[in-house]
Design a binder for this molecule. Structure first.
Ligand code: NDP
Length: 380
């Protein structure tokens, strides 16, 4: 039997004669007083996702639910049944499902602003250029393409079409890697001297990553995170590259791509980076930046979630507390903002091209057993 006071409080009423200082017990408006309502963006960019594989289905489509400025409105797939099911799950009108053959018809679809290319690496260049020529802005997954020449063609196609091109370097849109960049620029651990990074995983067959024809390989797939991090942490371009690779051709899944690659980057400032990547080692995704006064350790550094940043000084070590975000939602919101409000993306095609130059140099260094110099500037 409720008391009179609890009955009134539950109804959002205060009993007569109650002392002014008495706080209400149940929320008077029948909702938590600290409830923060979502803001309603005036506009959202409309996105087509191309290639419904593991990344698209497991990470990107769910991430739209966390994005403010991006909404999925179209799909491109070689498997219509799968596409219809994904469309139903995300409220996408099935009239906006395309195949690779009908891809160019997106030109006439006003419900698409942005095309997100999530295809095997060997298909990035073709579908990016076709989407740009169809008048759409493009977010293309990493690695940007398979050759430096393809990267240049993609950048040129964006310029000619007057459309934006961004490469999906999700770590540039999340707070842990952004904090490392800021701490390095502020010289929080002094002058940078060396950088070490590993990105390893076991990749069983079948997988697009094990096919040369599809642009696979450990450097292209996971080593690229080490390359990109070495560049964004130092804010410099490497001047010279050396590399070793292990190709156990008697193991069937490594007939076409190396199992492991170790590479070194020399920067003109004197910073040295040493990195390794593998499709045949247990998951480990980390880097450490060594300065004259301490080091920054991010471990894991390249995973989708659970990143941990430690700052180490001679006086002790501290773990940095940051609120993690959904990487894919953050990068889709960034690009949507660029498209809706006319800004330039933080990781444009030139970023993908810069990494591709390093990848090409690593391949040459491993093949020739020689250090490969990289010219200081590379106009796209
Ligand atoms: P999957 O193999 O899981 O999916 C690729 C999809 O591409 C397929 O499901 C298929 O979709 C489509 N496709 C079209 N032609 C082919 C073909 N000839 N062979 C295989 N697939 C084809 O790859 P992922 O989703 O793991 O990777 C896709 C891209 O995303 C890669 O470039 C990869 O580097 C990148 N990636 C980026 C990550 C990041 O963190 N940024 C993480 C993981 C991957 P459909 O059936 O719909 O046509």
């Amino acid at each position: 039997m409720p008391t009179r006071r609890s009955f009134l409080a539950a109804a959002g009423l205060t009993a007569a004669g109650a002392r002014a200082a008495d706080p209400p017990l149940a929320p008077p408006d029948r909702q938590p007083p600290d409830l923060v309502l979502p803001d309603v963006p005036a506009r959202q960019a409309k996105w087509a996702v191309v290639g419904l594989g593991k990344l698209a289905i497991e990470e990107i489509m769910p991430a739209f639910g966390r994005a403010r400025l991006a909404k999925p409105t179209a799909l491109v797939s070689g498997h219509p049944d799968k596409a219809r099911r994904v469309a139903a799950a995300y409220g996408i009108d099935p009239r906006h499902i395309y195949s690779y053959d009908t891809f160019d018809r997106m030109r006439d679809d006003a419900d698409i602003d942005v095309v997100y290319v999530v295809l095997p690496n060997s298909m990035h260049a073709e579908y990016t250029v076709r989407a740009l020529r169809a008048g759409k802005h493009v977010l293309c997954e990493k690695p940007m393409a398979t050759t430096v020449a393809e990267c240049r063609d993609m950048i040129a196609a964006g310029r000619e079409a007057g459309r934006k091109l961004m490469i999906a370097y999700r770590l540039r849109y999340e707070p842990f890697n952004q904090t490392v960049i800021r701490l390095c620029r502020e010289k929080a651990v002094g002058e940078l001297r060396t950088f070490e990074a590993s990105n390893n995983q076991v990749t069983p067959a079948p997988n697009i990553r094990l096919s040369r024809a599809l642009g696979g390989g450990p450097v292209q797939d996971v080593g690229i995170y080490c390359i990109n991090a070495a560049r964004y942490v130092t804010g410099q371009e490497p001047a010279e590259v050396t590399a070793f690779e292990h190709r156990p051709r008697d193991i069937a899944r490594f007939r076409e791509v190396p199992a492991s690659v170790a590479f070194q980057l020399r920067f003109a400032s004197g910073v040295l980076a040493h990195c390794d990547c593998s499709f045949d080692a247990a998951e480990s995704r980390r880097y450490r930046v060594h300065g004259t006064d301490g080091f920054l350790d991010l471990d894991p550094a390249f995973s989708y979630r659970g990143l941990r940043l430690t700052v180490a000084k001679p006086s002790g070590r501290e773990q940095v507390s940051l609120t993690e975000v959904n990487h894919f939602a953050a990068e889709m919101d960034h690009f949507s903002d660029c498209v809706l409000n006319g800004h330039d993306p933080r990781t444009p095609g030139e970023e993908g091209l810069a990494d591709m130059r390093v990848i090409a140099a690593i391949e040459e260094a491993a093949r020739t057993n020689r250090a490969v110099p990289l010219p200081p500037a590379d106009p796209a």
